[in-house]
Design a protein around this ligand. Structure first.
Ligand code: ADP
Ligand code: MG
Length: 351
């Protein structure tokens, strides 16, 4: 079992802060996803947990023991990277068995463990191939097998699926989820892909500019975002975020009509609404009409995109609806599913 604590973790490169006062408690057997856009400090955080990068401040604890001064070898973590990091001159068998060899495990025992790990990820027929003779998906599974071949305290995975094509990514994602549930090892998984985060995580830490914006279960991050950044990052499409001005029981966006709607206060707001919560039809508070900017057939649903001011707003609609570009459509904002954010800070204001 391994509990990880990150306490007031800081990392600067020169004068540039990259991770800032990061605090995180990761439970034993938890699957924790660090999610955020490129450059927000995810890999740096993971490398500090691995002992590949030295913190500028703060502590890293494994089971309450400070490991800051423990080298990577002593931390007993297994890593999977985006580029897999396979040894090109070694067979699949030797690649998977390498961590065991490093630890001086005898050859026969090694063979049993390598075959078991290869079996877990359906690689047994490929043990004698070289990495160059494998597809991307197979290479990714070699990297996974090498991580699971011994029982590490912690799995660290950095964008392990991003080199795979979209279809393979879905399969590989399912494999990782299955494997991690089976093995029950504490896992920190880094990705910029919110679908991966939503589908894999027990909890997601959403990062931006080296700071955790929100930590929570996927459903909380989705339905109860702490700020406009999280709201605009999660979901496909992401939440619509409209700059509006509220006055006297109505709101309007630049160049738009006044819409009867009670905001939490007068003045500027960012109004958030998810595409699937928008309602078709008119009448009552929150009603407005708009011109169709583009209309997309997605198979299981359709997407109406409106252009309000400079912004494209998405409305998820039934799959059999057909609308032409330029058509006028009557819509209603869902009064019980609106999110209000401070226009300046982005902080959520609960009405
Ligand atoms: N060794 C380094 N020296 C200087 N800057 C670095 C180094 N490693 C990362 N950075 C910078 O730190 C920031 C965070 O990087 P990283 O943790 O790799 O982000 P992410 O994994 O979220 O994309 C980026 O701006 C990156 O350019
Ligand atoms: Mg990275």
């Amino acid at each position: 079992m391994t509990v990880i604590d990150l306490q007031h973790l800081d990392k600067r490169f020169g004068n540039t802060p990259v991770v800032r006062d990061l605090n995180l408690h990761i439970a034993d057997r938890e699957f924790l996803v660090l999610l955020g856009p490129s450059g927000c400090g995810k890999t740096t955080t993971m490398r500090m947990i691995a002992g590949l990068e030295e913190p500028s401040g703060g502590d890293i604890l494994f089971d309450k023991q400070r490991v800051n001064d423990l080298p990577t070898r002593g931390r007993d973590v297994a890593m999977v990277f985006q580029n897999y990091g396979l040894y090109p001159h070694m067979s699949v068998f030797d690649n998977i068995g390498y961590p065991l060899k490093l630890r001086g495990i005898p050859r026969e025992e090694r063979r049993v463990l390598v075959e078991r790990a290869a079996d877990r990820v359906h690689l047994k027929p490929f043990l004698h191939r070289m990495p160059r003779e494998l597809s991307g998906g197979q290479r990714q599974r070699v990297a996974l097998a090498r991580a699971v071949v011994r029982n590490p305290r912690v799995f660290l995975m950095d964008e392990p699926l991003s080199n795979l094509d979209a279809k393979l990514r879905v399969t590989a994602r399912a494999e990782i989820k299955h494997l991690s549930e089976e093995l029950g090892v504490t896992t920190v998984y880094v990705t910029h892909d919110q679908v991966e985060a939503m589908t894999l995580a027990h909890r997601v830490a959403v990062m931006h500019d080296g700071i955790i914006q929100q930590l929570g279960r996927p459903e909380d991050i989705y339905s109860d975002p702490a700020n406009a950044f999280v709201a605009g990052f999660i979901g496909s499409p992401a939440m619509n975020l409209l700059p509006v001005t509220a006055q006297g029981g109505a709101i309007r966006w630049a160049g738009g009509p006044a819409i009867e709607l009670q905001a939490p206060g007068e003045g500027a707001w960012t109004l958030g609404v998810r595409a699937e919560d928008m309602q078709l039809g008119d009448g009552g508070p929150g009603s407005f009409s708009a011109e169709v900017f583009t209309f997309e057939l997605l198979g299981d649903c359709t997407m109406i995109n409106l252009k309000l001011d400079e912004q494209v707003v998405s409305v998820k609609a039934p799959k059999d609806l057909r609308l032409g570009r330029g058509a006028r459509v009557a819509l209603r904002l869902p009064l019980d599913r609106l999110y209000w954010f401070n226009a300046l800070t982005g902080h959520r204001v609960r009405s």
